[in-house]
Design a protein around this ligand. Structure first.
Ligand SMILES: [Zn+2]
Length: 105
């Protein structure tokens, strides 16, 4: 199974967002559709959600989103107010930044 990637007009995205994974979809702001590193970030989430759901009759997908929402109160994330401090975002950002670094070489 592969993600279904959909481009969304910027005006339809909440102002500070450029992409979101709503399994089985990945929604990306239209002007950022060609951003390979952003896609890698979202694909990391997508693959994790897919894995969680695979052996749990899809229940893991719901659990992933519930856990994600619960971890929004993670102290380090709350304190710093940067998305990469969310425990389920740190790896996704590492992948995105590594990709950007390689791209800029
Ligand atoms: Zn993310």
């Amino acid at each position: 199974m592969n993600p279904i990637v959909i481009g969304v007009e910027a005006k339809n995205f909440p102002s500070n967002r450029i992409a979101i994974t709503l399994f089985p979809f990945i929604l990306i702001r239209k002007d950022r559709m060609k951003d390979k590193c952003l896609r890698k970030h979202e694909e990391y989430h997508w693959n994790e959600i897919w894995k969680w759901g695979k052996y749990t009759l899809g229940l893991g997908i719901l659990v992933w989103y519930i856990l994600y929402a619960l971890l929004l109160i993670w102290p380090k994330y709350r304190r710093n107010n940067e998305p990469w401090f969310h425990p389920m975002e740190s790896e996704a950002y590492k992948i995105e930044w590594r990709c950007q670094e390689e791209r800029s070489r």
